[in-house]
Ligand binder design. Sequence first.
Ligand code: TXA
Ligand code: MG
Length: 332
Amino acid sequence: MRGGTGATGLLTTSPARAAAALAQGHLAVVPTETVYGLGARATDPSAVARVYAVKGRPADHPLIVHLPGVDALDDWACEVPGYARRLAETLWPGPLTLVLPRGERAGGHVTGGQATVGLRVPDHPVTLEVLALVDDGVAAPSANRFGRVSPTRVEHVLADIGTRLVPGTDVVLDGGACRVGLESTIVDATAAFPRILRPGAVSAEQVAEIGGVAVDTSRSPVRAPGSLAAHYAPRARVTLVDDPRTVAAQVARDPTGRPTTGLLALADVATPDGLVRLAAPTTVDELAAVLYAALREADALRLTSVLAVPPAGAGLAEAVRDRLRRAAADAR
Ligand code: TXA
Ligand code: MG
């Protein structure tokens, strides 16, 4: 057993066991290349209802339906624009979610009552095996409690929701650490031009280039509740430090001498005295992959504050900045 509480009777490395759990109406936490997802068979309203209960998620927040392959697209969506089809055919399996008018199989219980559905094919070998075995859509939000940091390792899942799952029937499929570490790029594909609802590893430039259309940068009328500010936050207060030279001046002093403040930055930012270095990634890819584990580590160390230096650049750096801004926007 690993991962502490709640692991007994839940953890497995068998895709067949996860598929059987889903087919029988139970929940299966599955690894993806982005973050771990809390999965239920998407055509089973009572299993999907348990996903909301376990997460503590409001019922009007839609779930992403994970498909076994691009061939399933037209069962779940209708009126698929040419650019969306090109994106799906080129980037799936991969960290891209398409929001489309919902098709026959997509019931209101997965769409939060909306007329659209979020769809993606995740790029993780064991979960692709699960999806092929289930041969249905699997609705899966990130496997964390509502509003908290997404899990990128099985230990995070067990710590957040382990005790809310039922050993022996529900399962947690261990697929190791998630490669990308940030949630998928969400593209609103309900209009003539795509709009980015949530930045991720697939960049706006890729969407334009592969889709063969301009990306509409105006605000989307599509409601994506999880894109509220004050999401993705640890307990520690996160402060963004745009100029790394000012980090040292912002170290909070604790009268007892206990370290209170963590540093989250690329390795080229030095660690001033009194700060706890939470990670020292050398590339933006690495920073994305360790970001959520580092925020959780801050809480595990009972730090009260994290100074985060946002990375410069486009693509994944933009997605990292987006998540850091949200973590910092938390009002608690
Ligand atoms: O990488 C990911 O996308 C991960 C993995 C597990 O696939 N999933 C994930 O799910 O991040 P979740 O539920 O934590 O975030 C999904 C976001 C939410 O902000 C939700 O509002 C939005 O997608 N969404 C889903 N369906 C939508 C729809 N029909 N219209 C607008 N937004 C939608
Ligand atoms: Mg989430």
